[in-house]
Write a protein that binds this ligand. Structure first.
Ligand code: PBG
Length: 334
């Protein structure tokens, strides 16, 4: 890229375009709108606890509470939600069979949401961590390692189950090899031609997921182990691009980079190299850092939240999953 160079100072004075709010708004290179934002929700059984340690302001919701929340954010202009279940501990097994139960928490909620707020776009995570005793995203083989090929068969069935309960977007977040391909083939075979696949293609093995694991009740289960044999090493950039290109070939409609804030270079790289929409997930640890620090009065809450979202957008994200969505939507509207 060639840049035209000015005759330097005083002919060039960069401050001119920064001199008033109207001017700054008019020349701002990045716009953020509520349509860019996706609200993740944690859902629970009626007899489970709402409080999530480490995520002040976010609760696990019952089916009815969720419906009320969705009605509110829909009025603010939010068009997409992602739902994550806290499966009761006694339903977690080594084979994750609750994931394929047509009356599991996710399926019940999907049916209710689609009946009451049919326009809302629903995104469901496809991974087994919410359903396994081990807290891993897949089932384990005899050596205790996640069994790739066995897991992707379950994920394909799980995707079909969610899609046939009217889930609009299937979001495999498990990082197994070939999962997008088998899910796409299975959905095609079942003639579910309109179900989108949002692939968590660049999912890094991050330490910032721990409040989320607490929300799902998988934190204790995974303790003493980690997800390094399937999630991407955070030192790698080219590997994330490679995974993204492979997932497009396998049939992904949208790609995801996760986490977001410390991974803006990856969002930019993938945006430049891929021609489909890019989502970024501002994860639970990123949420909690801003929330907790601002609660102690160290930083300003609203301004820091908006800055974090604008910067993710500036890096190239088309969609942003953020626990700040419901609040940010109010600020962006006013
Ligand atoms: C499950 C999943 C995780 C997140 C989204 N889907 C956790 C993990 O992989 O351990 C993290 C989201 C967050 O931290 O907000 N595979």
């Amino acid at each position: 890229m060639t840049y035209s160079i000015s005759r330097d100072f005083p002919f060039y004075r960069g401050r001119k375009l920064r001199s008033t709010e109207f001017l700054r708004d008019s020349v701002a290179e990045t716009k953020l709108s509520v349509e860019d934002l996706v609200m993740p929700y944690f859902i629970r059984e009626n007899d489970d606890k709402p409080l999530i340690h480490g995520m002040p302001g976010i609760k696990r919701l019952t089916e009815n509470e969720l419906i009320e929340e969705i009605k509110k954010i829909k009025d603010l202009g939010v068009k997409m939600i992602a739902i994550f279940p806290k499966v009761s501990e006694k339903k977690k097994t080594t084979d994750a069979k609750e994931a394929l139960n047509e009356n599991n928490l996710i399926c019940r909620v999907l049916r209710k949401v689609k009946k009451q707020i049919p326009e809302m776009i629903t995104i469901c995570d496809v991974a087994l961590d919410a359903y396994t005793k081990s807290g891993h995203d897949g089932v384990l083989n005899k050596q205790g390692i996640v069994d790739n090929d066995k897991t992707i068969k379950i994920l394909a069935k799980m995707s079909f189950l969610f899609a046939s309960n009217d889930c609009d977007v299937i979001a495999p977040s498990d990082m197994m090899d070939g999962r997008v391909k088998v899910i796409r083939e299975y959905l095609e075979k079942k003639k579910l031609f309109n179900t989108c696949i949002l692939s968590y293609s660049s999912k890094f093995c991050s330490n910032f997921y721990s409040p989320f694991r607490d929300a799902l009740g998988s934190k204790k289960n995974i303790e003493g182990s980690n997800k390094k044999t399937y999630q991407i090493d955070f030192r790698n950039r080219r590997e994330a691009i490679k995974e993204s290109l492979e997932d497009i070939k396998e049939g992904a409609d949208i790609l995801m980079v996760k986490p977001a804030g410390y991974y803006l270079d990856i969002i930019r790289d993938i945006k430049e190299k891929c021609l489909i929409p890019i989502a970024a997930y501002q994860v639970s640890g990123e949420y909690s850092m801003i929330k907790k620090t601002s609660e102690s009065g160290i930083i300003d809450y609203k301004n820091c939240v908006l800055e974090s979202l604008y910067c993710i957008k500036r890096s190239g994200a088309d969609l942003i999953f953020s626990y700040f969505t419901s609040e940010a939507a109010k600020w962006l509207k006013s």
